[in-house]
Design a protein around this ligand. Structure first.
Ligand SMILES: *[C@@H]1O[C@H](CO)[C@@H](O)[C@H](O)[C@H]1NC(C)=O
Ligand SMILES: *[C@@H]1O[C@H](CO)[C@@H](O)[C@H](O)[C@H]1NC(C)=O
Ligand SMILES: *[C@@H]1O[C@H](CO)[C@@H](O)[C@H](O)[C@H]1NC(C)=O
Length: 428
């Protein structure tokens, strides 16, 4: 037994080593074998030169640190050194973050912050619904998690079954718990059991308004519960980035984005903050009215909006996206000078479809967006590093000249060949 253990330990030491002062395991192409042996992995596939990977590097170290006492092992694979591993796990884009078990894999597509990634890993490592057994655990949950779903009652019957099924689908995105009624009845006013509520931003909101007349038909119950959970699983005003915009679009609501300029040090100027705060106050005050139709959020960069609108927007900015058709709506006035009432009117107009609609998901528009993005990237590069741009743009022209030149030369060579053939012929 001891010998087997020794061999295992030795191979472990050979197969990966701890990178300096961090708990991240540097993995090699032996990883596909190691993974089959069991264990739970959170792996980052990266390329040394990619900018987003460099940004993720320190965050990844903190993630590993935070998970060091869990049973989740945190690793990274350099896809330029081990392309076979990348293709095995279909990690074509870098960075790609994957949660892996011997017979299961899932690709992370949420926000790339330490908290978000750690929470994701912890969720994925447990069951879809985690049972809460102590009163003080609930207080701890409230402190730790901004947002979670809770089932109250006996874990059986149609509501439980659909809750569990939905939790299995949405486990990557949000926490699901269950609890006995006695443990929560002092802190939450439960109208009847079984019940499901979402805890967010210090409040509780019940599924089906807490009335226990759930749909009889299991398919209808499933559809309504899934829809409700999907609508409720975001905070009222989260940060939205290109990492998680796709996920937010799944709510199938109108996505309302307040766009401000945040610099690299996460600093937002006073004017921009004023706009954002004014907007946030309004949507929180009128949550009941807006909640059904809108998912709000804010962005710290204009890139996404620039790409949608194919222009350079002036910040702060307000953009509404139809998450099913990808059309968008814009206020007529400059958002920075809009009054609260004007914003309200604008949102009302979106719902009753009196504000004009632009864009969409048509093929030609997507093509135009690509071209626009390319043009904008070139412009940005010109501002950032003109020399690099010149090199990049002239290199292909040099290649082209080389090809032209070699074409001319082949003619010459062909001619030589012909002569040679003639020569041979004469010889025979
Ligand atoms: C419940 O609804 C979701 C979303 O519509 C669907 O993906 C899932 O397959 C349904 N499950 C059952 C058991 O009907
Ligand atoms: C988006 O547009 C479609 C088609 O006009 C409409 O039916 C739908 O209600 C709109 N809103 C959302 C949130 O999808
Ligand atoms: C739609 O909303 C706008 C803005 O509040 C309002 O002026 C208009 O009367 C509404 N239209 C309908 C048909 O409800």
């Amino acid at each position: 037994m001891a010998r087997v253990l020794n061999i295992v330990l030795l191979t472990l030491v050979f197969l990966f080593h701890y990178t300096d002062a961090s708990r991240v395991l540097e993995l090699t192409d032996r990883f596909s074998e190691i993974r089959k042996e069991g264990g739970i992995w959170l792996v980052k596939f990266y390329a040394p030169w990619c900018g987003h990977c460099k940004k993720l590097e320190p965050i990844w170290m903190h993630v590993a640190q935070a998970l060091s006492r869990s049973n989740i092992r945190v690793g990274k694979v350099d896809v330029t050194k081990f392309p076979s591993v990348a293709s095995e796990f279909k990690a074509y884009a870098t960075p790609t973050i994957k949660f892996l078990k011997p017979d299961y894999e899932h690709t992370y597509n949420g926000e790339r912050s330490k908290e978000a990634i750690v929470n994701y890993a912890l969720r994925m490592a447990g069951g879809p619904v985690q049972d809460v057994r102590q009163v003080d655990s609930i207080d701890r949950l409230k402190k730790q998690n901004q947002l979670f779903f809770m089932y109250v009652g006996k874990p059986k019957g149609p509501l439980w079954d659909t809750y569990f099924a939905t939790a299995s689908l949405l486990q990557p995105y949000v926490f699901f718990y269950s609890v006995h009624e006695n443990l929560v009845k002092d802190t939450v006013d439960i109208p009847s059991t079984p019940a499901i509520f979402v805890h967010k931003e210090g409040s509780h909101y019940f599924f089906n308004d807490g009335i226990s007349d759930y749909p009889d038909d299991i398919t209808t119950l499933n559809t309504t519960l899934y829809k409700w959970i999907n609508e409720e699983r975001f905070e009222t005003f989260p940060r939205i980035s290109s990492d998680n915009i796709k996920d937010v679009m799944e709510t199938q609501k109108y996505i309302v984005l307040a766009i401000v300029e945040e610099n690299k040090a996460k600093y937002i100027s006073r004017d921009m903050l004023q706009f954002r705060n004014k907007f946030e106050q309004l949507i929180r005050k009128k949550r009941d009215v807006y909640h059904k139709h809108f998912q709000f959020g804010w962005m710290g960069s204009p890139d996404f909006a620039n790409s949608i609108l194919m222009t350079r927007i002036k910040m702060p900015y307000l953009l509404v996206l139809n998450s099913t058709t990808f059309h968008h709506h814009l206020p007529d006035d400059d958002p920075s000078v809009m009054s609260v009432m004007a914003i309200e009117e604008f949102l009302e107009g979106v719902v009753n479809r009196t504000t004009p609609t632009y864009g969409g998901d048509a093929l030609h528009l997507n093509f135009a967006r690509r071209i626009f993005d390319l043009k904008r990237n070139i412009e940005d590069m010109w501002k950032g590093n003109p020399l690099l741009l010149v090199v990049l743009l002239t290199l292909p022209s040099l290649f082209f000249l080389l090809i032209l030149w070699s074409c001319c030369c082949t003619d010459v060579l062909d001619a030589d060949d012909a002569e040679e053939e003639d020569y041979h012929e004469k010889k025979e």
